[in-house]
Design a protein. Structure first.
Length: 567
């Protein structure tokens, strides 16, 4: 059972293989580049107006780290406060258990239809195809999710799932799938207002007639037992107020200690996600209120490997994520491939670290390598997740997994690395190989100075981009041959150095110039993420025990800790 085999890490091809068709699709690359450019520009403008942005990031990071270090305590507090307010909390240890709980709740309601607020967690557990196979019709109410659902497409971004689709494609999908009368379908234009009006008419009927809704949660507030959802279209507000029954599915990491913590989190989330000072709709609901809103309220708390991630000190910071998508918009790899290449509902840099951990590595081993490690993702992350650090750690785990496999001796990459190890060990070997490579590559270098096609392993490079031919002289040769009686220093102008890469746009991507790299439009030099002085998440997470099917922290150890601190 899989709605999106392409986005199921157990079935999806490895990243390099999945990325190829995306790289060869100029329309998709254009759509992704345009959309991410727009969001990045809006974000940069609003971040620039906050003089305390770095302090806000630090506060958000500390809040998330504190909540994770005391997760068991805050989850139990959330459960007791939510229950006291009339809600019911269910614990699901994995995707299958969460799906079954939700289906059972829908059966209790005799529901054959359900409306949904956008939730990545439901996509993670493949909820839609499960419900549809059980006879429950699912209607997405977020505009982008609706486009994806009607187009039988797959989400490619966690905030803007239809970012790879342009408006003329949306017009075609709506005209074909909304069941519009023929004359209305033909008259539909790709004007955003006309498309929004068509979606509004289509959805309004669902809001007024379907009595059961499913949502995700941006945050769970332990202090009050409340659920918080932010959105831009008002569809969430409709789902929260009109149905008789509301079911919220949330990962256990979404908890925040206090209502006041939203003061920080909402400031960084809106700016990072959509480039807004505040989301147009920010909704909270706490249990049930007689005569007002849903009269049956359920929260399904999903573990699905999150406890295992929490138990690993280096990777624990992954759970601080607030799903803003800023790391995707700035990532030079995501901006070239779009989201489908990641084979997961979580694409981009956060997907490259989250998916292998949710899927216990073996299903997503290529993802930690889907990064240039440039550090742009860390720079924009509002909760300071050091994604490159986690990527390197996961790469080490992949290497460790493969170390004992005899098949690696026949792997071309392994053989190449061993050869590089041998060559780089002695300067004379390195110089000799440079001379040989120059002679060999001359065979493939065209008159324009570029190599358009290479055989064997090299073909992977030239499949999607060209390679500049090697210069006649290496830097060392030029340096050794320069006139020594000159009083002036050798030129440091890169353009005057033979062999220095020239700067120009080629095959749709900037090459050679770090200043022009996507994700670094300002040309600022980034601090090395690997030498960051940011503290790691504090070790010493509370011990874990199983609670109603989910792993939670040890409340006793928390209260002991509090007592000690008070003394
Ligand atoms: S890792 Fe950071 S930047 Fe990326 S989605 Fe999560 S919170 Fe946003």
């Amino acid at each position: 059972m899989s709605l999106h085999p392409q986005l199921d890490p157990t079935l999806a091809p490895p990243f390099p293989q999945a990325a190829l068709p995306m790289l060869r699709n100029p329309q998709l690359r254009k759509n992704v580049a345009h959309a991410t450019d727009v969001i990045q520009a809006k974000r940069a403008k609003l971040v620039a107006e906050k003089t305390d942005w770095q302090q806000l990031r630090s506060a958000a990071s500390d809040l998330r780290a504190h909540a994770l270090e005391n997760l068991g305590f805050y989850l139990e507090q959330f459960e007791s406060r939510c229950t006291a307010a009339g809600g019911q909390v269910h614990w699901a240890s994995d995707a299958a258990e969460a799906r079954q709980i939700i289906l059972d709740l829908l059966k209790q309601e005799n529901a054959t239809e359900v409306i949904k607020i956008k939730t990545m967690t439901s996509a993670e557990i493949q909820l839609n195809p499960f419900l549809e196979s059980a006879g429950v019709a699912v209607f997405e109410t977020d505009l982008a999710e609706l486009i994806i659902q009607l187009g039988e497409d797959e989400p490619s971004h966690i905030v803007a799932p239809a970012l790879h689709v342009n408006r003329s494609q949306v017009r075609e999908i709506f005209a074909r799938r909304m069941g519009l009368p023929k004359n209305e379908a033909e008259a539909l234009t790709d004007d955003p207002e006309a498309l929004t009006a068509a979606a509004r008419t289509y959805l309004r009927h669902k809001f007024l007639t379907v009595p059961t809704a499913i949502s995700g949660a941006n945050f769970l507030i332990a202090e009050t037992g409340s659920v918080a959802v932010v959105e831009s279209e008002g569809n969430g507000r409709m789902c929260l107020t009109l149905p008789r029954t509301m079911i919220t599915l949330a990962g256990i990491e979404k908890v925040l200690p206090r209502f006041q913590d939203l003061e920080v989190m909402l400031q960084v989330l809106a700016r990072s996600a959509t480039g807004e000072r505040m989301n147009p709709y920010t909704s909270f609901w706490t249990g049930v209120t007689p005569g007002d809103g849903p009269q049956h309220f359920h929260v399904v708390l999903l573990d699905n490997q999150r406890s295992a991630i929490l138990a690993r000190p280096n990777e624990r910071q992954t759970l601080k994520c607030i799903r803003c998508g800023a790391c995707m918009n700035t990532c030079p790899v995501y901006r070239q491939t779009g989201g489908h290449a990641y084979g997961s509902v979580y694409p981009g840099p956060i997907g490259a670290i989250l998916t292998p951990q949710l899927m216990q590595m073996q299903h997503a081993q290529s993802l930690p390598y889907a990064s240039s490690l440039c550090g742009a993702c860390y720079e924009v992350c509002p909760v300071k997740i050091n994604i490159p650090e986690v990527l390197i750690d996961l790469r080490a785990q992949v290497v460790d997994q493969e170390r004992d496999q005899p098949a690696r001796f026949f792997d071309l990459m392994y053989i190449g690395m061993k050869a590089a190890d041998f060559i780089f060990a002695r300067p004379w070997r390195f110089h000799a190989s440079q001379r040989l490579a120059r002679i060999g590559l001359r065979l493939f270098t065209r008159r324009d100075g570029w190599i358009h096609s290479l055989p064997s392993l090299g073909a992977k490079w030239t499949q999607t981009r060209d390679l500049r031919g090697l210069p006649k002289q290496t830097f060392r040769e030029w340096y050794a041959a320069r006139p020594t009686n000159s009083t002036s220093s050798p030129s440091l102008d890169p353009e005057e150095m033979p062999g220095a890469p020239s700067m120009h746009r080629h095959s749709g991507a900037w090459v050679g110039d770090r200043k022009s790299q996507p994700g670094n439009p300002s040309g600022e030099t980034r601090p090395s993420v690997l030498s960051s002085s940011d503290p790691e998440p504090k070790p010493g997470a509370p011990s874990m025990h199983r609670h109603s099917g989910a792993w939670v922290g040890d409340r006793k150890s928390q209260s002991d800790k509090s007592k000690k601190e008070a003394q």
